[in-house]
Design a protein around this ligand. Structure first.
Ligand code: ZN
Ligand code: ZN
Length: 731
């Protein structure tokens, strides 16, 4: 009898088991290899977890090509941790490890015409337009560059694919240059360090020398030179022949940051891994990291899983940023995964922020994390002056929510040819359209939510489900003819400022005005060329960019966060205000003045604002931590959220009757709160409920949720359900 060999492969699907594929014994790839396999009619990249004789009952599909050599055991262990901790299948967790494009290493720099291709092309009729176009590319460049294919349209790409299939093209090997020796590649070009910065570097080096190293919180005020410090550590790591992983929040991955890193580490081989990089380029970056040909990977949350065989340092910049938490399955938090990765690989992890999250702050207070504090700015520019002015009043309402004091301050900047930034963390014109006669408000027919009035294109939009409609000409309830826009959004502020300051060039930056990266970069260029005097926008403005002439930041509508039901809202508001304040006056103004931040608030005594002025973050964080302890909230406890949504409310309720019973039976310590309707109880026509589970430690929480996840996978409830560990979204 013919003995079969099979490779067991984890595929990125929620199957709950790995699949077997037939392979020739001598061709069996080692465990940990990345391979391509088919499931049904679709093909997926997967990870081989076992190879052995097969005597099962099924006829096996053949194993597809090997995409990459084996991943390190520590990386597989990281995926196992993610599967257990975040309650997803192993297949889904392993899916995080494989290159997104899932293609083999491209050692190809370009394509050239073969002799067959040349002959065929010579005989080609002129009317084959796409073929002529492709030939044109080759004639111009001598070869067909990968870039020209990646940016080409679908038709041209199909033409390219058919040429390859016909053997008209042959790959031109990329020059695999290994670069200069490590000592050279790790050369840093950084400004001279202040004594405070040097002391911080010394502590980081000392912490890195501990065995095993523990994570270090690098806490520094805006402008204290945190980036220069962690880049100096990166340089030393590269010089020692190791690799560095630099995680940045989604929005920070600007060309400006990348340019800065390239300038600071001129000889380092840098790879970018994030969703905005074209698939082919991302695939090359992944393989460069995997084969050790990249010294430094810069990436957003998914890159925490990049294969880095010589990893020597992990840096999480702006570690408090919400974009590190993935809001769809698997709901991992990249900062927490980074800390676990550091532990599994015995590698130092640096968490940098001006406003660390309370989770990291608590770990520092408990001495689980090291701590470096930079209290001074490294540059000459002093911290911006903070001014609180009243938010309410008749005049503000008439002026689209902008207080007179802020208008005057903008006018001063106009006179000095400087720029202003106005943060309004709500897009649209007004958050509600309202009938003053009968109190009717325009609501979404699919969600329990008000529709936002967008004056620019005269539409009512739901910011939860995307529904939009034309506004009614009269109140649908009472027939009253004049409907009123209530509240303030970016469009209203923009309109008000245009009216109040007709001489100013006002622009708006929110997700309505800017779709896609190009629009954002075009806006940044206009700011840099001083074609904009006042920029109004949402929190996307708070981060990343450095505009030398920006000396005033105004903040509207910040008070809303003080009364949010989200227990992290105040912490998040301080982080946002600190970050946006950092945009003002990174340099001195022409006449030597510091930047200014004006916050419109009716609660000037609130601790968030007091801390913004005093800069006493430690006092704020310690007090907040104490309160969380008293209330039994994270990080003093561990929390999970079970969510479900379905068309029929009775299905959702039945689901929670069952789920609450399972968790109550399985939770040894802690508390299961009664399931309840979500704050947004109906979204896109679905009824939404949630249930909070809290435990003093992570172990009992994990055990109870694993029991629930297993039961639910067997039971297949009639609703969509998720288990969210360490949840950030309670909406
Ligand atoms: Zn009415
Ligand atoms: Zn809706």
């Amino acid at each position: 009898m013919h003995a079969l060999t099979s490779a067991t492969v984890e595929v990125p699907l929620a199957l709950g088991r790995a699949l077997d594929y037939a392979v020739e014994p001598e061709a069996a790839p080692p465990v940990g290899s990345v391979v391509r396999v088919t499931v049904g009619r679709r093909s997926y990249p997967g990870v081989v977890t076992a190879v052995g004789p097969y005597d099962g009952p099924h006829r096996l599909k053949p194993l597809g090509p090997v995409l990459a050599s084996p991943l390190a055991n520590s990386l597989l262990a990281l995926a196992d941790f993610v599967a257990d901790y975040y309650q997803v299948t192993r297949g889904v967790a392993y899916g995080l490890l494989v290159p997104a494009a899932g293609s083999p290493a491209v050692e190809v720099a370009a394509w050239r015409l073969t002799e067959v291709g040349q002959a065929a092309l010579a005989a080609l009729p002129d009317r084959r337009r796409l073929a002529r176009e492709l030939a044109g590319h080759i004639n111009r460049e001598g070869v067909l560059s990968l870039a020209s294919i990646e940016t080409a349209g679908d038709g041209l790409r199909r033409e390219f694919a058919s040429w390859r299939k016909a053997g008209w093209l042959a790959p031109v090997a990329a020059v695999t240059e290994d670069g200069a020796p490590p000592a050279e590649r790790g050369r840093a070009r950084l400004p001279a360090f202040t004594p405070a910065q040097q002391a911080a570097l010394d502590i980081l080096a000392e912490e890195a020398g501990r065995s095993p190293p523990r994570p270090v919180l690098l806490h520094g005020v805006t402008g204290s030179g945190k980036t220069a410090i962690f880049l100096a550590r990166a340089a030393e790591t590269i010089a020692a022949g190791r690799q560095v992983l630099l995680l940045v929040p989604e929005i920070n991955l600007t060309p400006q940051l990348t340019d800065w890193v390239r300038t600071a580490l001129p000889a380092a081989r840098i790879a970018l891994l994030h969703s905005r990089v074209a698939p082919g380029e991302r695939n090359r970056a992944w393989h460069a990291a995997h084969t050790g040909k990249a010294d430094l990977v810069i990436g957003t949350r998914l890159s925490v899983f990049a294969s880095l065989p010589r990893l020597g340092l992990v840096i999480v910049d702006e570690e408090h940023d919400g974009s590190y938490k993935q809001d769809e399955s698997p709901r991992y938090h990249a900062r927490d995964v980074a800390v676990m990765r550091g532990r599994l690989e015995g590698v130092p992890v640096v968490l940098a922020s001006a406003t660390p999250c309370l989770e990291s702050w608590q770990n520092m207070r408990l001495d689980r994390y090291g701590y470096v504090h930079l209290a001074e700015r490294a540059t000459q520019a002093p911290l911006p002056a903070i001014r609180l002015i009243p938010a309410r009043g008749q005049r503000q309402q008439r002026q689209g929510g902008v207080a007179l004091g802020l208008v005057d301050a903008i006018r001063e900047r106009l006179a000095r040819d400087e720029q202003s930034l106005i943060l309004v963390n709500r897009r649209g014109y007004a958050p509600a359209l309202y009938c003053p006669h009968c109190a009717w408000t325009a609501a979404c027919r699919h969600c329990d939510a008000k529709l936002t009035w967008h004056q620019v294109d005269r539409r009512l939009r739901c910011h939860h489900c995307g529904w939009q409609e034309a506004p009614p000409s009269h109140c649908p309830a009472c027939g009253h003819a004049e409907l009123a826009a209530v509240g303030v959004g970016t469009q209203r502020v923009e309109a008000a400022l245009r009216e109040l300051l007709p001489e100013a060039r006002v622009a708006r930056a929110d997700s309505d005005a800017l779709s896609g990266r190009q629009a954002w970069e075009a806006l940044v260029r206009r700011m840099q060329r001083r074609e904009i005097d006042v920029l109004v926008g949402t929190q996307m403005l708070a981060k990343g960019h450095d505009f030398p002439l920006l000396t005033l930041v105004g903040v509207l509508e910040a008070d809303r966060a003080l009364f949010s039901t989200d227990f992290r809202a105040q912490e998040d508001l301080l982080a946002l205000l600190t970050q946006v304040a950092g945009r003002a006056g990174r340099h001195l103004s022409s006449d030597g003045r510091a930047g200014e931040v004006i916050v419109q608030t009716d609660f000037p005594e609130h601790e968030v604002y007091r801390t913004l002025i005093s800069g006493d973050f430690a006092g704020f964080a310690d007090a907040l931590l104490e309160r969380r302890r008293a209330l039994g909230l994270p990080p003093a406890t561990r929390m999970a959220l079970v969510r479900a949504e379905g068309k029929r409310e009775e299905d959702v309720k039945a689901f929670f009757d069952y789920a609450a019973g399972v968790v109550r039976g399985a939770l040894s310590e802690g508390q299961v709160y009664a399931p309840q309707a979500a704050p947004l109880a109906r979204k896109a026509g679905e009824t939404r409920w949630l249930m909070v589970v809290v435990a003093p430690r992570v172990k009992p929480l994990q055990a109870a949720l694993s029991t629930l996840a297993r039961a639910l996978r067997l039971n297949r409830p009639r609703v969509k359900w998720v288990i969210d560990i360490d949840p950030y979204d309670f909406g």
